[in-house]
Design a binder for this molecule. Sequence first.
Ligand code: KG4
Ligand code: ZN
Length: 363
Amino acid sequence: MRVRVLGIESSCDDTAAAVVAHTPGARPEILSNVVLGQADLHARFGGVVPEIAARAHVEKLDHAVAAALDAAGLDLRDLDAIAVTAGPGLIGGVLSGVMLAKGLAAATGLPLLGINHLAGHALTPRLTDDVAFPYLMLLVSGGHCQFLLVRGPEDYTRLGGTVDDAPGEAFDKVARLLALPQPGGPAVEAEARTGDPSRHPLPRPLLDRPGCDLSFSGLKTAVLRARDTLVARDGGLHRAARADLCAAFQGAVSDVLTEKSRRALALYLAAAPPQPVFAVAGGVAANLCLRRALEAQAQAAGARFFAPPLALCTDNAAMIAWAGIERLRQGATGDAEVTARPRWPLDTASPALIGAGRKGAKA
Ligand code: KG4
Ligand code: ZN
């Protein structure tokens, strides 16, 4: 039977709503995918301000839902369920989404599903491509960084993750250090295009340690030192020197993620999955230098490589609706109680890695 699910996402700084439809045996269809960003509200603070984000979600959420239903040409009565991000993330935002979803479910009698935001990212390759379980996923964004073995919609093993900053967070901080605009990732990547990555020998954190854990905060500090040395020597930071520094930083991030991906792939492939797949998601997956390196690593290991289109890599509600559909397909009939959770690791068996970062809880 065809199901149509409304997804709601408000865990960071994007207010999003979407409708996804699915008929068993057919490809899922994204009927609408509305994302109302808040970048302008946070720009002058140099990062996401949780209270401002929560207030903006309260103001924008019902508009996002109305726009998503409108674009899909549907009414609330046409839906089969409502899926909402219940964590992890900035608690004010998560609460806004959960309260709205609860209200809609109570008013319509529709089943309500509380979705883990990370599961939304992790299941995206199955929304965009015909990917079978189990697959290996690298989640790299402004708030998350982890390798996940995805065995089912609610079956994850974390093979490793960052012990401090997420890579997108590091890109953003480096951009700030070098007086480049936010978000830092695209700005640093553009600058790096004309730079020479070999001029500044930056560290490759944690490569000397076994396993798949990562660290990015030392790299950011190394960029700060290199910048200060250049400023002291040249009396300022020249354009070409800045490009070299960006290229060196991007190269270091890419090297570390690629080597850790090699290790994660070896762990994943040891269980001889029938159709090996390595997928990447999150805003940092937009980085071409990184994407190419990861794709080459996957090919060398004999795994197919998938990177969803950018609009579905970054935060959105289509992935939340889809994660809801995956759960319905497994027999879920709705959650009796949905609680907003600032922290909610996908893999509850592995020990927690870190605390909360600038963009919210990362584990
Ligand atoms: O997934 P996302 O939209 O939001 C969350 O953090 O959940 O990711 C945003 C992050 C930002 O830190 C941004 O700087 C980074 O992704 N990013 C990039 C690129 N485009 C976006 N990082 C490196 N290279 C890029 N081209
Ligand atoms: Zn996210």
